[in-house]
Design a protein around this ligand. Structure first.
Ligand code: SAH
Length: 506
């Protein structure tokens, strides 16, 4: 019985900095100002309690509800549920509502494993069973391909079995154990009762809540953060305070190599000097023998950005190492490295399979970061050209190539949409182009160059199904068939969906 009658607060109806964002528009407080005229014509009213059928899940993890024919986003509600909700904010086309009571409960609803799930907001889908999360993620890819890309998806089911013409969207490849998967923690620090605390910002605020365990972090990261709190408190470290710009310790960043077990600890401080720094280093080394690198980053700016410009190594190595498949990577305090190494291997393995390499091909890896996909592909290609806009990332990519003794790779810093045409002028003719753009998708000029170059295959790795669909439309109109798509769950319990797509020249 109680299962059916959980209240909104228990389900985290304030979830989502997202809600705060949407709420920013202006209906705050309700009564003071007269409601605008358009609002009176809507089928729901502010503050009204209505019954809503939840028909989907938004890209921010809220339930998408229908009430009196109107769309209401309801944080904490799941597809297939029916709920009593209270209308909190209204726009002309949609609104947001608070979950008051569940009237019908989805069989996919589960109790979140994490005790601080509601407060934190780092995960958005822990109240949905993992199997259902994977189905929802596949469906989001399908919906985007159909609605934004106007592409035909093979009718089938969540098993990805095609029963007619169209793009095959495979089931989302999930993790056998979807917990403790992150290799990097970035923890803001504060103070409470004279000691250091560290954890996360409470949703929609900058209040730091202490956290002992984060179930999606590698255990080692929790352990390091706990020891940093103890040792830092013992040595009298003060935490940075945003309001006054005083105090020392801002963030602790921990990185762990899943395969190597090596750990890096980075203290981000407001100021260049760490008092009793030798005792600090000795304390960490004694408590945590797996730590191979202790770094110090200085950030004196009043900003939300975690890192400042200057990083020093206090003790040990400047980098730690880890592997994706057989390729070794050096990870420095500032360098970008995929946060879920287990699924990264799955993702890149799919990209490699879709690239269909036999050993001779010329491959371009656009948006290559530190060269992770490039080096993965270089194991099976004739030559790989990687391009990336961040200079430091390209310098890391070159180091990683050397680390693995790979000489069939060439990296260049610059915008992909500029560098690829330059390579073309130099006579580079790729057989395969791999793109892995940021959320905003590929630059139109890059897509145009791909269509001019007409490589046999294009492999599109995407972290945004919406821009993937938009870009696939362009490539499809330009003479590419979208063969298949495999969503890969890189971030279990969050709303993020990553997918790999194979396009073949018609
Ligand atoms: N393939 C890499 C990184 C992908 S993230 C990996 O798997 O680790 C996307 C990358 O695109 C980022 O590193 C970002 O810096 C880069 N980027 C953004 N705009 C770009 C552009 N116009 N040209 C080239 N790279 C760009």
């Amino acid at each position: 019985m109680s299962e059916k009658k959980r209240t909104g607060s228990a389900l985290g109806n304030d979830r989502g900095r997202s809600q705060g964002r949407h709420a920013g528009g202006g209906n705050k407080g309700g009564g003071a100002k007269a409601a605008p005229a358009w609002m009176a014509d809507l089928p729901v009213r502010l503050g009204q309690q209505v019954e809503a059928d939840i028909v989907g899940i938004s890209h921010e993890g809220e339930g998408v509800g229908r009430a009196n024919g109107f769309t209401l986003f309801v944080a904490g509600a799941l597809p297939g549920e029916r709920a009593l909700v209270e209308v909190a904010h209204l726009k002309k086309q949609y609104g947001h509502a608070r979950l008051v009571e569940l009237l019908e409960v989805s069989p996919d609803r589960v109790r979140p494993d994490c005790g601080i799930y509601e407060q934190c907001g780092g995960c958005q889908l822990q109240h949905l069973s993992y199997e259902a999360q994977l189905r929802v993620k596949r469906q989001q890819v399908v919906d985007n391909l159909e609605r934004i890309g106007k592409l035909a998806v093979a009718a089938g089911n969540n098993e990805g079995t095609a029963s007619q013409e169209g793009i095959v969207v495979h089931p989302t490849v999930g993790m056998a154990d979807p917990w403790r998967y992150r290799n990097k923690a970035q923890v803001p620090f504060g103070e409470e009762r004279g000691g250091l605390i560290g954890g996360f910002y409470a949703q929609g605020s900058h209040d730091i809540i202490d956290m002992e365990a984060c179930l999606i972090q590698h255990e080692a990261n929790d352990e390091v953060v706990a020891r940093v709190k103890e040792i830092g408190s013992r040595l009298g470290f003060r935490a940075y305070r945003e309001e006054t710009g005083t105090g020392l310790l801002r963030h602790v960043v921990v990185k762990v190599g899943f395969r190597t077990g090596e750990i890096m600890v980075v203290l981000v401080t407001n100021g260049a000097e760490i008092p009793r720094v030798d005792e600090w280093v000795a304390g960490i080394r004694e408590a945590l023998p797996a730590v191979k690198s202790i770094c110090h980053n200085i950030n004196v700016k009043q900003t939300n950005v975690i890192f400042g410009d200057e990083t020093r190594t206090l003790w040990g190595s400047d980098v730690i190492y880890d592997y994706i498949g057989d390729v070794k990577f050096a990870i420095s305090a500032r360098s970008f490295f995929q946060v879920n190494p287990v699924q990264t291997e799955v993702l890149y393995g799919k990209a490699l399979e879709y690239a269909g390499l036999t050993g001779d091909e010329v491959v371009v890896d656009a948006y290559c970061g530190i060269g992770t996909i490039s080096l993965f592909l270089a194991q099976r290609a004739g030559k790989v050209y990687g391009v990336e806009i961040v200079e430091e990332a390209i310098s890391d990519a070159r180091k990683n190539a050397a680390l693995n003794g790979m000489s069939n790779v060439h990296f260049e810093a610059g915008p992909a949409e500029v560098v690829l045409p330059a390579w073309t002028r130099q006579g580079v003719r790729p057989d395969v182009i791999v793109v892995d753009p940021p959320r905003k998708g590929c630059d139109p000029a890059l897509l145009a160059t791909i269509l001019e170059l007409r490589p046999r295959r294009v492999v599109y790795v995407s972290c945004s199904a919406a821009t993937l669909a938009r870009d696939l439309r362009v490539l499809a109109d330009g003479g590419y068939g979208v063969a298949e798509v495999t969503p890969v769950d890189m971030f279990p319990h969050t709303v993020h969906v990553e997918s790999v797509c194979l396009l073949v020249r018609d």
